[in-house]
Design a protein around this ligand. Structure first.
Ligand code: DC
Length: 225
């Protein structure tokens, strides 16, 4: 394998990106970088500072005056997220935080702030799998493998509801679907497939079927590198 082989997985929320990306990294001995978690940690920071997600000037001022330290650490139960040394792994997954994150993700100051962090994380290991929205289009357009993972809004809401219920978070499918549709609208500008991306619609596929398709694509490209 060539040095620093990168797989970029983009797509809307709930399409299964993080589960696929995590398993792919584990299967091929690489690191998994959850870029959504970085955005979510910035949202916690902005909330802590009492700044409105609509106040672009104040968000930019805060990020430059007191840049938050965000860290993804590999724990025994998966990836843990730290904001200024304090663990926020659970907090970042709460539904209200998801809504706030999709709002602050529209801020160009937030996107500029996270650009370098994402690139550095991608280059920190010989093999990295990143999932997000604009990894293949903006963050790492030279990534040798670009995947666009998508699914219907209903299939995605069903999966997210089951995931949150399993974590003990009390949620309703209807609320998740409504929130997902609103977030999709806000995220839509950025959530586009990169030119040449391998597009996988997981609506009617099992997890294993989706994973196998993507693994085949990664191995096919890796062989040519
Ligand atoms: O993948 P996720 O649901 O954890 O992402 C949370 C939010 O962050 C989502 O609304 C879109 C945004 N995001 C983004 O704009 N760019 C990324 N690379 C990753 C996430």
């Amino acid at each position: 394998m060539q040095k620093n082989f990168i797989v970029a997985i983009d797509g809307p929320s709930g399409a299964g990106k993080s589960t696929i990306a995590r398993r792919l990294a584990a299967h091929l001995g690489g690191v998994y970088v959850d870029t959504g978690a970085l955005y979510r940690a910035v949202a916690v920071y902005i909330k802590q500072r009492g700044v409105s997600p609509e106040n672009e000037a104040e968000i930019a001022r805060c990020l430059s005056a007191a840049p938050p330290a965000i860290e993804l650490r590999q724990g025994a139960d998966g990836q843990c997220v730290f904001l200024n040394g304090i663990e926020v792994t659970r907090e970042i997954r709460l539904p209200e935080l998801s809504t706030l994150t999709s709002k602050i993700a529209q801020s160009s100051a937030v996107r500029a702030f996270l650009l370098d962090a994402q690139r550095q994380a991608a280059r920190s290991a010989p093999f990295a799998v990143l999932d997000g929205r604009d990894i293949g289009t903006v963050v790492l357009p030279d990534a040798p493998v670009k995947i666009f993972l998508t699914a219907s809004a209903e299939a995605r809401a069903e999966r997210r509801t089951a995931e949150l219920l399993a974590q003990g978070v009390s949620v309703r499918y209807e609320d998740i679907l409504r929130d997902n549709i609103a977030r999709d609208k806000r995220d839509a500008v950025r959530t586009t497939a990169a030119p040449g991306a391998y597009i996988v619609d997981t609506s009617a596929l099992s997890f294993d079927e989706s994973f196998d398709k993507i693994l085949d694509e990664v191995l096919r490209v890796r062989e040519k590198e």
